[in-house]
Design a binder for this molecule. Structure first.
Ligand code: BES
Ligand code: MN
Ligand code: ZN
Length: 487
């Protein structure tokens, strides 16, 4: 699907026009103009309560008149005037859902009628183009009868800022990619599959790609990462992709993704209920892939290195056992008290490997703990940082992208939960503050650079009827890197 801009409703060529109707206040200029062409029928529908303009309510006016030759989709925006982010998201979701069901190829959205609290016109254009595009995501999958394909070919948005538009569209492309990878089942999306995706992305966008196999990781002393994949027949990989949009030799910003392509828990086996959802345990990696795609499309002037720690966590006769002690690449030893706390075990060696890039900043992204889901639910990703500037930049990016994060504590008092009688660190703490102790574990490996950790266990996918990967936090990370490139 294409997305482009138009400047005037009176001259736009489209098969359908989408217009916004508030429930209380005056009609927005664009809607009011249409209302005049339709002899006041929009106002009539509203006054008579046939279409009252309730938030995300829609009504199709398929009949064309002599004065206006295009069908119109009315979309309610409620009584508040400027919408909250959540309301605007709901509205764009409703528009995409309607357009999918209709036979129109080109749809013009009169988005000047939609304002969002505390957001500039350009920012709104970016978000709407991103959210509308995301609304058209369909899993490319395995069903014998493929879903009916929507007819839509082009979305036209009102505005003149091409870069705001392309930013939203590129973010949506990255988010689509992340969702696709996240939704793939564990028998397809293995560590080697992720490695081949890196190769593909590298070929498509001219990235340098380095795939470290188990032998190379062994030589580097990454016994902790390797301990996770021991029980699996699928080989583990450390995947490195380099985007070079900045000066040669300029230190990169590094993104690191947890890529556990299936997490059974290992010998500390998980309970059976909902275990299928552990195919999503590579959503951190997926979001890093997605962000790289957005960045490759947008070509900002900076260097970005993406690292994926990919492994499958399985029980077997060769699997790591509770009580086993392994040496990390950093030299610190770890007592693995619970093989289900495997994310931190793959990430810690990757974090040490990353030191060689002398990074400007490192952000790791991981579906790390169930405790984070308990603490923050599916609204905010948990954010931890050892550096106030990185934390502030992520907060700023989060605000602009409407991809929410909440900073969690890393006080040194939490660290003692990781004391071990048999090694330098235990891989789990007690029952308290499980998301914090996981971050504390990582912090032992990030002393030499500015670092933040995003625990996306609650935000990376939705359960229930809308089950599927969310694409978060591609928007946050893309915005974070763009802010870095521009300042
Ligand atoms: N991948 C899980 C975390 C997870 C759980 C994400 C549920 C999303 C939903 C992670 O590897 C894990 O199993 N963590 C354990 C840690 C515990 C053993 C200290 C957890 O959260 O239970
Ligand atoms: Mn686990
Ligand atoms: Zn896991």
């Amino acid at each position: 699907m294409n997305t482009a801009l138009f400047d005037r409703l009176s001259t736009v060529q489209a098969d359908l026009v989408v217009a916004f109707v508030p429930s209380d206040s005056e009609l927005p200029v664009s809607t009011s103009w249409l209302n005049e062409r339709l002899d006041g029928s929009i106002e009539q529908l509203r006054v008579s309560n046939v279409f009252a303009g309730k938030l995300s309510e829609t009504l199709l006016l398929p009949i064309t008149t002599q004065d206006f030759a295009q069908p119109i989709l009315l979309v309610g925006i409620g009584k508040d005037g400027a919408l909250s982010d959540a309301q605007a998201r709901k509205v764009t979701g409703a528009i995409a859902a309607q357009i999918k069901k209709l036979p129109y190829k080109t749809v013009a959205i009169a988005n000047s009628g939609l304002t969002i609290k505390n957001r500039s016109t350009e920012n709104v254009l970016t978000l709407i183009s991103q959210w509308i595009n995301e609304g058209f995501y369909e899993f490319v999958g395995f069903k014998k009868e493929p879903e009916v394909k929507p007819e839509i070919e082009t979305i036209l948005l009102e505005g003149c800022d091409e870069s705001a538009l392309s930013f939203g569209v590129a973010t949506a492309h990255g988010s689509h990619y992340a969702r696709q990878l996240g939704n793939l089942p564990g028998n397809v999306c293995t560590p080697s599959y992720l490695a081949s995706q890196a190769q593909q992305l590298g070929d498509d966008y001219n990235l340098s790609v380095d795939l470290l196999d188990e032998n190379r990781m062994d030589e580097l002393g990454m016994q902790c990462l390797l301990s996770v994949g021991r029980g699996s027949d699928q080989p583990s990989y450390l995947i490195v992709m380099e985007y070079k949009g900045g000066e040669e030799g300029d230190a990169p910003h590094v993104l690191l993704g947890k890529g556990i392509t299936f997490d059974t828990g290992g010998i500390s086996l998980k309970p059976g209920s909902k275990m299928d959802e552990m195919k999503y345990d590579m959503c951190g990696a997926a979001s890093v892939f997605g962000t790289m795609k957005s960045i490759c499309e947008l070509k900002p002037k900076l260097n970005v290195t993406a690292v994926i720690a990919a492994a499958e966590n399985m029980p077997s006769g060769r699997a790591t056992k509770p009580g086993d002690v392994v040496r990390t690449m950093s030299g610190q030893t770890v007592e693995i008290l619970n093989t289900d706390a495997e994310g931190r075990l793959v990430l810690c060696d990757a974090l040490t490997y990353i030191e060689r890039f002398e990074p400007k900043s490192v952000v790791d992204v991981a579906t790390l703990t169930g405790a984070c889901v308990v603490a923050l639910g599916s609204v905010n990703s948990g954010m931890y940082s050892n550096n106030d500037t990185v934390a502030a930049d992520l907060h700023e990016a989060s605000k602009v992208s409407a991809d929410k994060i909440w900073q969690m504590p890393l006080d040194e008092e939490y660290q003692q939960q990781l004391d071990s009688n048999f090694a330098d660190i235990a891989n789990i703490g007690g029952p308290e503050a499980g998301s914090v102790t996981a971050a504390c574990f990582l912090s032992r490996f990030t002393k030499s650079y500015p670092w933040a950790h995003l625990d996306i266990a609650g935000t990376a996918w939705s359960g229930g009827a809308a089950k599927g990967a969310s694409g978060r936090p591609v928007a946050l990370l893309t915005q974070y890197l763009l802010l870095k490139a521009n300042g």
